[in-house]
Write a protein that binds this ligand. Structure first.
Ligand code: ATR
Length: 293
């Protein structure tokens, strides 16, 4: 049953810039509808960091239950928090705010969203060799997922090696028993992969291949794809990226980022409402999201 908006409707929202193409309002409002909760979720385009501060405190003044926070404010919003959960601290970014009695508490659901998406797709990270492509904001949560998921090792492959090294440095103290190596696109990464066989899981976190750059490939060497059993792309538009096509053509499985998006949103919803959303409900919402993007 879905509720008409009335005087008791609870408000949640997304803070970011830009937000016009976000799928989160669809996802969150659908979840509330399926769970018969009288709440609505709106996207707020926040011009700058000053407006972010106003939105965060103004939101509280108006009784907003929680926010998602997206680019470019995932780090900046942390200064307004009373508490930050340990995973968000490790990642250094927050995408979910919930008001708890005396202040905003911050969470990062990108990591758990990716782990649940992998599990949903039947991809086991534990004990596997993982190659992470990219070292930007999205790579942060993906590296954390690989380490939390118990990967045997992680190779970070990035155009700018120094950024990969910074990322490795950030996490190696927290996960000292999992080797993290860094290489650039000009390095001998294929022979490195080859040393450990053909069962690598690739997590593709760059924006290369995203619409309209539909032919863009983050790694151009064909031999790279021979070593993958799974190619997981965080991009979901197009539905099948050039990277996914390559992974499949070389005998691997490939998945896009829609389920990661779905499950990070579901985790935020679970935090706000203290509920658990089943895979059955998730699957139902996913069908709608596929049509919405
Ligand atoms: P963020 O995710 O922090 O916003 P970004 O600028 O979107 O950062 O870049 C994300 C990742 O995509 C980075 O790893 C970036 O590589 P560099 O560290 O070398 O900048 C990678 N990336 C973006 N465009 C790329 C391209 N055309 N070729 C290869 N890698 C690219």
């Amino acid at each position: 049953m879905s509720f008409e908006i009335n005087a008791r409707t609870v408000l949640l929202g997304l803070l970011g810039h830009p937000v016009a193409h976000s799928v989160s309002p669809y996802l969150q409002n659908k979840l509330a509808e399926v769970c018969s909760l009288n709440q609505r979720y709106l996207a707020f385009d926040i011009a700058d960091e000053e407006a972010l501060e106003d939105a965060v405190w103004g939101g509280h003044a108006m009784g907003v239950k929680g926010f998602n926070v997206t680019v470019p404010y995932k780090k900046a919003v942390m200064e307004f928090l009373e508490e930050t959960d340990p995973i968000a601290q490790k990642i250094g970014a927050v995408n979910t705010l919930k008001w708890e009695e005396t202040g905003w508490h911050g969470y990062n659901t990108d990591m758990s969203g990716l782990l649940r998406a992998l599990a949903y797709d039947g991809v086991e990270i534990k004990g596997k060799n993982v190659v992470l492509i990219g070292a930007g904001g999205a790579a942060n949560a993906a590296l954390c997922a690989a380490l939390e998921g118990g990967a045997a090792q992680v190779l970070i492959l990035n155009r700018t090696v120094s950024k990969a090294e910074e990322l490795a440095e950030q996490f190696s103290k927290e996960y000292p028993f999992i080797p993290i190596r860094c290489m650039g696109m000009g390095d001998e990464f294929v022979s490195y992969l080859d040393t450990y066989g053909n069962d690598w899981i690739a997590l593709q976190t760059t924006s290369v291949g995203m619409h309209p750059d539909v032919h863009g490939l983050p790694v151009s060497d064909d031999a790279f794809y021979d070593h993958l059993s799974v190619g997981y792309d965080i991009i979901f538009n197009p539905k099948e990226t050039a990277f996914m096509k390559k992974a499949k053509a070389h005998g691997g499985k490939a998945f896009n980022g829609l389920r990661m998006l779905l499950f990070q949103g579901i985790r935020s919803y679970e935090i706000w409402n203290d509920v658990t959303i089943s895979d059955e409900i998730a699957g139902e919402i996913l069908k709608g999201m596929e049509l919405a993007v």
